[in-house]
Design a protein. Structure first.
Length: 198
């Protein structure tokens, strides 16, 4: 049994690159599981910066300098973000307000339709059953109102977190784009050249 374990360890963990990759993956998953909520803006900014880096590279290949390319892409990103916020948020708010205004009419219409069922189908449904359905609908609406109030109060922290993300993520994107080659004091071009020489 001990020889089997030693053989397995020698076979899979003797390669130093595979061992380093395994340790990095375990450490990465541990960091994500323990501090994922705090690092969410960083991860979002990394993904957005990675997606925008192609546009920066394209602008640089057309002769524009790195700083100008990053500035142009960042201004375009912030513009799209602000326009989306100022167009989508009022539209969603208007739709929710319309739904809340129309909801009592819809409920009254539904209750009137349920009360008319015994007249049209007396063999299948009685007035007592329609009264029970109407009462359960009223109870559901009251429960929905209480849930909406508690949901709105409980999610104030989520709204604040969203506001922090809306400020923090664009700043992180700017720094990730601007300092891509010098992040953490490393020169990634020299590292990739050195690894290609090996």
């Amino acid at each position: 049994m001990l020889d089997t374990i030693k053989g397995w360890l020698h076979r899979y963990l003797s390669d130093s690159e595979a061992l380093v990759l395994l340790l990095l993956l375990v450490a990465g998953f541990a960091i994500i599981l323990t501090m994922g909520n705090m690092l969410a803006p960083v991860f979002a900014a990394l993904v957005l910066a990675f997606l925008m880096q192609g546009v920066v590279n394209w602008l640089q290949s057309r002769g524009l300098g790195h700083n100008w390319s990053v500035t142009l892409v960042f201004v375009l990103f912030v513009t799209v973000l602000v326009v989306a916020l100022f167009l989508l948020v009022p539209l969603v708010w208007q739709q929710v307000s319309s739904l809340l205004n129309e909801l009592p009419k819809m409920v009254n219409h539904g209750q009137a339709w349920v009360r008319e069922l015994p007249e049209h189908f007396p063999a299948f449904i009685s007035e007592a059953e329609t009264a029970a359905v109407t009462e359960s609908i009223n109870g559901m609406i009251a429960g929905l109102g209480q849930w909406a109030l508690s949901f709105s109060l409980a999610n104030l922290t989520n709204v604040m977190a969203l506001l922090v993300y809306l400020i923090l993520v664009p700043i992180l994107v700017l720094f990730f784009l601007k300092d891509k080659d010098h992040s953490a004091g490393l020169d990634w071009q020299s590292i990739t050249k050195a690894s290609s020489c090996d």
